[in-house]
Design a protein around this ligand. Structure first.
Ligand code: CS2
Length: 455
């Protein structure tokens, strides 16, 4: 019997999930499924909370999921083995281009929460959408589409709701508030006022390492579970969700699944963005330059792990509060990154550097310099990116044009132009530019020496 003879996962195979839609999600991808969908399934009142999840640029993920009634398998992958669970909290999977359906759902009082995983880069765009929204045409970006949905909600008097950003940005609730508010203001001042009064922007810190699903994972689910799932998602056992803000129309009891609600999110957010994501970015550029493919491989290389520890020492000085338990958090990260059964590809992490490093390197670099220190660890994160884009000029980035222009320059001018994409003030500080330049040159020289020895 081959996998094709097995029944396709659907409600005929598993009774999981058929809750009424009360959550709308923008950004249907693997992380949304291993995180928010998983937490919703594990809330004590999950039977009352179904998710309608919309894709971003392409319809594919919605088509595959819709063909299996929204159901998918979470493969929880630890060092010692895999466990499998069918998640049924996504009750409708929709092509993001179906703005009509989004408008309908956001416009109904039953919808209480809109969650977002639209990538860090998507909070900065929208100029084209202003024109489209003004002309009454269908917007193309997730936030433009959300603004259209919120217009419908105001017009139908459907009441307040919560928008929950689950992207790796510091202060993501406020970033979302400003991005949505500014877009709305350009289109309709009254709408911006309505949003200000009726939409609660919740800040969150989200965490679960979720590598891309492979053909082997699809095969594994078929052989272990006895059904065919074209869209399983693989994730580490660890998961974490810290939230701060109001839910004026209610929310699932995510705390039953381990989510934590706090008054001040900043320390948790910084801990995760700097220690986990910051280390990821160092490993992505330094690791690939040194010939590694996955996080676990890069971490096993002392040059890379030393750079991570050095950055962690710096970042930790600016993470105050005993409840953050930094030593334990760092030890847990080493375990999580070292999980060699999770093939987390460095190339996936390397993308969108200019947005990511602004959150991951710059705050630590600034804090170190304000304290009278050099900030070598944070500067090295920028330095390895600078070295990486020199040999990989095609790296996906929202500022790829500006990266290419910087690459036309040489020496300190090039380094300053790259730093300017992250922080214009620091780019004018010659000590910072010189430090990044020196570290970058040293790293590139070491890599080519290694390549020379290997040849
Ligand atoms: C990673 C994150 O791709 C990246 O930039 O650092 O996706 C990371 O794996 C998640 O934030 C983990 O929760």
């Amino acid at each position: 019997m081959t996998a094709l003879d097995l029944p396709r996962l659907s409600r005929a195979v598993s009774p999981a999930g058929n809750a009424p839609i009360r959550i709308v999600h923008l950004g249907l991808g693997a992380f949304h499924r291993s995180h928010q969908a998983w937490f919703t399934q594990h809330a004590g009142d999950s039977g009352e909370w179904g998710i309608a999840s919309f894709t971003g640029r392409r319809p594919d993920a919605a088509e595959v999921l819709a063909a299996q009634d929204g159901l998918f398998t979470v493969v929880e992958r630890s060092d010692s083995g895999d466990s499998f669970e069918i998640v049924g909290s996504i009750v409708e999977a929709v092509d993001g281009a179906d703005v009509r359906r989004l408008v309908e759902l956001v416009g109904t009082p039953q919808t209480a929460v809109v969650t977002l995983t639209i990538t860090e880069a998507a909070y900065g765009l929208g100029a084209d959408d202003v024109t489209l929204l003004r002309a009454g045409q269908e917007p193309k970006t997730p936030l433009g589409r959300l603004v259209r949905g919120l217009t419908a909600r105001r017009d139908s008097d459907a009441g307040p709701l919560a928008v929950v950003s689950c992207d790796n940005l510091s202060d993501n609730g406020n970033v979302a508030r400003n991005a949505v508010g500014n877009l709305a203001k350009e289109v309709d001042a009254g709408l911006a006022e309505w949003i200000e009064a009726n939409v609660s922007f919740v800040s969150t810190s989200v965490d679960r390492i979720t590598p891309r699903t492979t053909a082997e994972d699809v095969e594994l689910v078929a052989s272990e579970c006895g059904y065919r799932d074209e869209a399983p998602v693989v994730a580490e056992p660890f998961r974490n969700w810290v939230l701060s803000g109001d839910f004026p129309a209610g929310r699932p009891r995510w705390e039953d699944a381990g989510a934590v609600f706090v008054d001040r999110i900043e320390p948790y957010e910084n801990r995760k963005l700097w220690l986990l994501n910051g280390a990821h970015s160092i490993l992505a550029y330094a690791g690939q330059l040194r010939g590694h493919t996955t996080v676990a491989e890069a971490l096993a290389d002392p040059v890379c792990s030393h750079a991570v520890e050095e950055f962690w020492d710096e970042a930790s000085r600016h993470l105050a509060g005993d409840d953050l338990r930094i030593p334990e958090y760092r030890a847990a990260l080493l375990d999580r990154f070292g999980n060699s059964r999770i093939a987390h590809h460095l190339a996936q992490i390397a993308m969108d550097a200019s947005t990511k490093l602004r959150m991951r390197a710059i705050p630590v670099l600034r804090a170190e310099r304000a304290a009278g220190r050099g900030g070598e660890g944070a500067a090295r994160m920028i330095a390895v990116w600078a070295a990486y884009v020199e040999s990989n000029p095609g790296l996906q980035d929202p500022q790829s044009g500006a990266v290419a222009e910087a690459n036309q320059l040489s020496g300190l001018g090039r380094t300053a132009a790259l730093v300017a994409l992250l922080d214009s003030e620091l780019a004018r500080d010659s000590a910072v530019v010189q430090l990044v330049h020196k570290l970058s040159g040293e790293f590139a020289a070491e890599v080519s020496a290694k390549a020379g020895t290997a040849a």
